[in-house]
Design a protein around this ligand. Structure first.
Ligand SMILES: NC(=O)c1ccc[n+]([C@@H]2O[C@H](COP(=O)([O-])OP(=O)(O)OC[C@H]3O[C@@H](n4cnc5c(N)ncnc54)[C@H](O)[C@@H]3O)[C@@H](O)[C@H]2O)c1
Length: 259
């Protein structure tokens, strides 16, 4: 892809998978961006997970730095941006990937605290990180913001109202960032993964009891996606090859929401 060599990319939630062993989307994105020659700042709630991704990148000859950061906490986000600027002097691309899943419950069974938690991490986190990084991009007159939404950003599903609402919000926020700052050199775009085999799902049997069974198996692809398939789309969106794509969220979902 054009234009990624020596670009500095900050990926939130870029650590190596959460509860189980296996890849996360942020990890796969970080690794693929580094393979294209980008310098990657891997930010995660867990420094250990961030550093696992950093080690993987460095072992392959790439350049990366790990940072502990909570995207919900404004001071932690400010420290994350400072750490990235200290390490590499600028931020060319921000990937707002950090996110947590819904409780897979109907609305009446969702605790208010759960609603607030998902809104905080999945939506407010995107706002806070973007707000912290944009001034540096605007100072230089260029930058790319990539927001990770979901197929749940366009359809309702078993994942629950809090996640569906937050991910719909991310798509709106992406459009608004493009609207507000596109003419100032900022390119804001989104990505909408379907059900991807990350740590969150790895090992899950695809039986009719699986929450996303219908969404996954009745989609044209009829299978889980792999983290690499999302990561390569992010590499494209971050690159100059995507220079005329503004404000849109690109689906990488095996076609699941078309039914
Ligand atoms: N896996 C899927 O099927 C799928 C589908 C659609 C969208 N997504 C979205 O992709 C993103 C990544 O999902 P994943 O499957 O890789 O999840 P994951 O749980 O494997 O990884 C998420 C990472 O984000 C980090 N994180 C969580 N809260 C954070 C916070 N407050 N601050 C900083 N880091 C935090 C975790 O430590 C973890 O390393 C999320 O936004 C998710 O909603 C995933």
């Amino acid at each position: 892809m054009r234009g990624l060599k020596d670009k500095v990319v900050l990926v939130t939630g870029g650590g190596h998978g959460a509860e189980q062993a296996g890849s996360s989307l942020g990890q796969a994105m970080s690794v693929e961006l580094a393979k294209e020659g980008a310098k990657v700042v891997v930010a995660d709630l867990s420094l250990e997970r961030a550093n696992a991704t950093v080690t993987q990148i460095r072992d392959a000859g790439g350049d990366a730095t790990g940072v502990e950061a909570d995207v919900v906490d404004e001071s932690s986000v400010a420290a994350m941006v400072s750490a990235a600027l200290d390490a590499y002097g600028r931020i060319d691309v921000l990937v707002n990937n950090a996110g947590v899943f819904g409780a897979y419950l109907p609305l009446l069974e969702i605790e208010t605290s759960q609603w607030e938690r998902i809104m905080d991490v999945d939506l407010k986190g995107v706002f806070l990180a973007t707000k912290a990084v944009l001034p540096h991009m605007l100072e230089r007159g260029s930058g790319v913001v990539i927001n990770v939404s979901s197929a749940s950003g366009v359809v309702a599903s078993e994942v629950g109202a809090e996640y569906t609402t937050a991910k719909h919000g991310v798509i709106g926020l992406t459009k608004q960032i493009a609207y507000d700052y596109g003419h100032k050199g900022i390119r804001a775009v989104g990505i909408g993964p379907g059900v991807i085999k990350t740590a969150a799902f790895e090992g899950a049997e695809i039986t009719p009891d699986f929450p996303f069974y219908d969404l996954t198996m009745q989609a044209p692809a009829g299978r889980y996606g792999e983290p690499l398939e999302v990561a390569r789309a992010v590499v494209f969106l971050a690159s100059d090859d995507a220079s005329f794509i503004h404000g849109h969220t690109i689906p990488v979902d095996g076609g699941s929401p078309i039914r």
